[in-house]
Unconditional design. Structure first.
Length: 328
């Protein structure tokens, strides 16, 4: 059963002189108990998509231009601000990217965890505090540290506290926005293992936002590759990792270092992502694509299901794509 379904979602930031086309006609689906990785470069629209789900797009300048966000068979875009406050934290929670700024420096970690519990569950303060202690223990922090402040914790432990806050009310959906980016490799591995174990224990579905394909392979069931506000490839791990189709996805894998091949230089994708205030008329990836044909410059590509559940937005997979198949 689909827990979350995003249909034709478009979000723009309307400024005085320009309009930032951050998210453009996104379609996504997440089943109950499933983990979906949303992968792309900085500025691709990953966090804007997450904020759209939570109803946290700043207005102004942010505007949801079109689309639906169906969560538990209800369209979140039709909910009032008060209704969304009840959903956030209880049914949908988010682990924000930087634990240093996500935590309030003048409140103890116990107060910050119990605050979420008291907001959404009608229980006594003592019971909320006991629940906060349980959450700290669950993420690997001794309960006796409940009265300490964020500055008394390391970066990895701060991230654990943020995860404890997000999971305090056993949400149905957890959105994790690059939860391991600011951590060193050893702590990153510990946080990944912890997230995996907590998902299995609580049964929470997860939308993982990241640019790390290795983390996605460890945690996720499905992957969506996003570029310039569009989903360009979508499928399960086998589709994305073993049957890679979109030129951008191939470029991402091609730029990764490998242990089995000795090279002098990595092979990065040429160029940079287009300015979201001035996107190309045709395919957004065309200026950087080695498979580009004339059609790519003038006509936006459509989604093509090249195998069951494997969707690619590229002219290469259209029925009349012969003129795009030669690498230039």
């Amino acid at each position: 059963m689909k827990l979350l379904e995003i249909k034709d979602l478009t979000i723009h930031y309307v400024l005085d002189e320009d309009t930032v086309e951050a998210v453009n006609h996104i379609d996504l689906a997440l089943e109950k108990g499933e983990a979906l990785g949303l992968v792309g470069e900085t500025g691709a629209g990953k966090t804007t998509t997450a904020l759209g789900i939570l109803g946290l797009i700043p207005d102004p300048p942010g505007k949801v231009i079109s689309g639906e966000i169906i969560f538990e068979e209800e369209n979140l875009l039709t909910k009032s601000a008060g209704q969304m406050r009840k959903i956030r934290g209880e049914k949908i929670s988010m682990v924000f990217q930087d634990p240093m700024t996500a935590l309030n420096p003048v409140l103890t970690v116990g107060d910050q965890i119990s605050e979420v519990i008291k907001l959404h569950q009608n229980i006594p303060i003592a019971e909320a505090t006991a629940r906060a202690c349980q959450m700290l223990e669950m993420v690997g922090i001794p309960a006796e540290r409940i009265n300490e402040y964020p500055h008394q914790f390391s970066g990895g432990m701060k991230q654990r506290v943020v995860i404890a806050i997000a999971l305090a009310c056993n949400p149905t959906l957890l959105i994790a926005d690059e939860p391991t980016t600011a951590l060193d490799v050893t702590i990153q591995a510990q946080v990944i293992d912890m997230i995996r174990d907590l998902r299995a224990k609580i049964g929470t579905s997860m939308l993982l936002i990241t640019h790390d394909l290795g983390v996605v392979a460890d945690i996720c069931d499905k992957v969506a590759i996003i570029y310039a506000g569009e989903i360009v490839e979508y499928g399960n791990l086998t589709h994305i990792y073993n049957e890679t189709a979109h030129p951008y996805t191939k470029g991402l894998f091609g730029s990764l270092p490998r242990l089995d091949i000795m090279v002098n230089r990595l092979n990065p994708i040429p160029g940079i992502m287009p300015d979201p205030t001035d996107l190309p008329q045709g395919c957004s990836f065309a200026p950087r694509c080695l498979n580009k044909c004339d059609r790519c410059d003038i006509e936006p590509p459509q989604n093509h299901e090249i195998s069951p559940g494997h969707i690619v937005r590229c002219h290469l997979y259209a029925e009349d794509a012969d003129d795009c198949r030669e690498v230039k």
